[in-house]
Ligand binder design. Structure first.
Ligand code: PNS
Length: 170
């Protein structure tokens, strides 16, 4: 039987515990899951380079045998077609996510009609969580240990925490 391949796409800048929860759950539903680090047209300046985001995603998913991490700077629909993927898996935190995600799902379906988008509801403990929350809290020197995996904590803090404790532009 043909392998059922799903893609979890995103900017992952950086990958959070909420992302990892969705990836783990997707890995139980599909034969193979590709965590795909991509370019979000509306988020031009990422805090972490593509190579760093890939490396972090690899580190936190290394214990999940049917997950691999990749990077693609083009259209998601083209990548999905190349890989023979049948489904995109995305997490939905709240109604506010829906409009944006719905638009992307319909666009991807238009570009690659046999590609489905599957929305998994976020675990309630991660409803508030996003990469931008991580970046913001860390850049003011706040505690992000609840938000990101322990193996990434130091690297993320080192990169984002204010060196002197002073607020940016204060
Ligand atoms: O984590 P994000 O930033 O919400 O993920 C959005 C992402 C990267 C999946 C989206 O911007 C994307 O698919 N980028 C690749 C370009 C593409 O295919 N765009 C068409 C879909 S609107």
């Amino acid at each position: 039987m043909e392998k059922r391949i799903a893609i979890c796409p995103g900017s992952f800048d950086p990958i959070t515990k909420g992302h990892l929860d969705i990836i783990r759950r997707a890995a139980t539903l599909f034969d193979e899951v590709i965590v795909l680090i991509m370019v979000n047209y509306t988020k031009a300046n990422t805090a972490f380079t593509a190579a760093e985001r890939v490396e972090m995603a690899r580190r936190v998913t290394s214990d999940i045998p049917n997950v691999r991490v990749d990077y693609y700077a083009g259209l998601l629909a083209d990548y999905a077609r190349q890989q023979g993927a049948c489904t995109l898996v995305k997490g939905l935190r709240a109604v506010t996510d829906f409009e944006y995600e719905f638009q992307m799902a319909l666009t991807n379906k238009k570009l690659y009609p046999s590609l489905e988008t599957l929305f998994l509801t976020t675990d309630i403990q991660y409803m508030y969580l996003s990469s931008s929350v991580v970046r913001q809290v860390a850049s003011f020197g706040g505690d992000i240990s609840e938000f990101v995996c322990p193996e990434l904590l130091e690297d993320i803090q080192k990169r984002l925490a204010p060196a002197s404790g002073a607020l940016p532009n204060a």
